[in-house]
Design a protein around this ligand. Structure first.
Ligand code: GAL
Length: 340
């Protein structure tokens, strides 16, 4: 059977950012706003499946690969039916990320659940015993409740609105980061996108660490910066975070931040993109950064989405290699094609 696949489909040997990327069955890969988890020598790529159009009409896909190039479709590992009705079809389930908990031996997925415009903006949590699922949906939450001193304007009020106060602060674009000491963090755009929150997770990764104490278990990183699409990684003792601006499906200049500790002070390192498409981040929005495979230690892969807002399934993937220089000033360049 494998022989048949290799005679009909040529293995992929290069990354060609922004072009149609097909899986080992010859079908277009549907894993947008995705994240990659490595388990042993296998990579798992989770993402939004937009094959049936706008909204969460399918659920979360998973693909597996040993080389980050040729991806086997593991199917829909969290079907939309697993989620509360509001987040199916017209609602959405975005930016899923999965980390493995060594203690519970479970794969823990966090995602952004969205409905009724962005009136519902919650975290969803699901778990699985195997990396390719099936994932079991546990619950939704807005993990942090914090009075940030709403100042008025177009954003919805939080302070003084009893319903919003019990619900907690909004939870939108997100990522997870598992550190080498097994501590894990959720990083998400809150305060109606004005401020990035970072919170330590509890021991099983299925909730944030409680009691939530500002500057101890969580931080208001990038207050008022209006950044989203966070992607966090660690290099040379620093934590780095790629982010985008908040212009919906339209691309904008990326920005990198770095900090000495996840709950420390994040420093603005500016726009890492170089060249003609610097202002649009090569027409992409960050979603994840992973270490490059093999011998290229210190090298990383930027994963972004080139969204086609009117036809989300036509969105492509922009993956680019980069390294982190000693001064931390990352330079991200576009390559029409590249290999490891
Ligand atoms: C972007 C966000 C995407 C999606 C989109 C919807 O700002 O990064 O994940 O939510 O808005 O308009």
């Amino acid at each position: 059977m494998h022989a048949q696949v290799s005679t009909t489909l040529k293995p992929i040997t290069k990354i060609t950012p922004g072009t149609v990327w097909k899986d080992t069955n010859g079908e277009v890969i549907e894993a947008h706003g995705g994240g990659i988890m490595q388990q042993g020598n296998i990579y798992y790529w989770y993402g939004e499946n937009h094959a049936k159009g706008e909204g969460n009409k399918t659920g979360i896909s998973c693909y597996s690969s040993k080389d980050l190039l040729n991806w086997h479709n593991e199917g829909v590992v969290l079907p939309k039916e697993a989620l509360p009705v509001a987040f199916r079809d017209s609602g959405a389930c975005e930016r899923p990320k999965v980390i493995y908990n060594d203690r519970t031996k479970k794969y823990v997925m966090w995602m952004h659940l969205v409905a009724r415009g962005h009136l519902e903006a919650d975290a969803g949590i699901a778990v699985a015993d195997q990396p390719a699922g099936p994932f079991k949906y546990l619950y939704k939450t807005r993990p942090i409740r914090y009075n940030y001193g709403y100042r008025g304007g177009s954003a919805r009020t939080y302070v003084g609105d009893p319903e919003e106060e019990t619900k907690g602060n909004t939870f939108r674009d997100m990522t997870l980061f598992k550190d080498s000491d097994n501590k894990a963090y959720v990083i998400y755009a809150s305060e109606d996108n004005a401020t990035m929150y970072i919170s330590l997770l509890n021991a099983d990764y299925e909730a944030i660490a409680t009691p939530a104490v500002l500057n101890k278990t969580w931080v208001r990183a990038l207050p008022g910066a209006f950044r989203e699409a966070p992607a966090v990684f660690k290099a040379d003792g620093w934590y780095y975070m790629f982010t985008s601006g908040t212009t919906g499906w339209k691309p904008n200049p990326a920005k990198v931040y770095r900090a000495k500790t996840m709950l420390g002070k994040w420093e603005d390192m500016g726009n890492p993109c170089a060249g003609d498409e610097q202002q649009t981040s090569f027409r992409s929005q960050p979603t994840c950064v992973i270490p490059a495979p093999g011998r290229s230690a210190g090298n990383f892969i930027y994963m972004g989405d080139r969204w086609v807002g009117e036809a989300l399934a036509q969105s492509t993937y922009v993956w680019l290699p980069f390294s982190v220089p000693a001064d931390g000033n990352i330079r991200l360049q576009f390559y029409k094609e590249w290999s490891f």
